[in-house]
Design a protein around this ligand. Sequence first.
Ligand code: FES
Ligand code: FES
Length: 211
Amino acid sequence: MADFPDMGVSRRGILAGGAASATVAVIPAPVQAQPSPAAPPPMMAVDFIVNGERQQLKLDTRTTLLDALREHLKLTGTKKGCDHGQCGACTVMVNGTRINSCLSLALQHQGDEITTIEGLGMPDNLHPMQAAFIAHDGYQCGYCTPGQICSAVAVLKEIEQGVPSHVQADITRAPDYSNIEMRERMSGNLCRCGAYSNIAEAMAQVAGAKA
Ligand code: FES
Ligand code: FES
């Protein structure tokens, strides 16, 4: 081992000094006080009508309408696709108007009337739109389908009420039940299986129009 006589130190001495300083570096800092456990989230009561039945829930104030339906009321027909307003799988109707339930807090719906796919119809008593989706193969995997059907029912109502769309040549005139109207108004409901043409045909059948 080489020494450094003109500096009055040996290599062994330098190594020993380094080890000592390393030991100093790992001395733990004084124990910090541990944060207290998180406070429980604030809860609030909400009272609304779902598929004709009054529901009273006490929820974490951050609960979305989608999670209230699926996790608290076990209405799992309404699907969670993206959970941030991009796919339409969570579409339900609130007081007759379609919304993305993942973008809405449950507590905002005090007193509202909410309709999910289960409220439109069940296998032994299908809504005409559900029957038309079956007749026209308007689905493949079916994951987007509850949202598509809720949206489709609301779209026909919007056209009937004269709500304008981006594809109307003249928004002062009543919209029609054309294929392009259906497709434009359904553009917020994505289908990864690509059943769009058959969905438009199902809607046209219910509207009594030509797809
Ligand atoms: S889950 Fe709500 S828009 Fe996709
Ligand atoms: S039927 Fe599969 S995503 Fe639409």
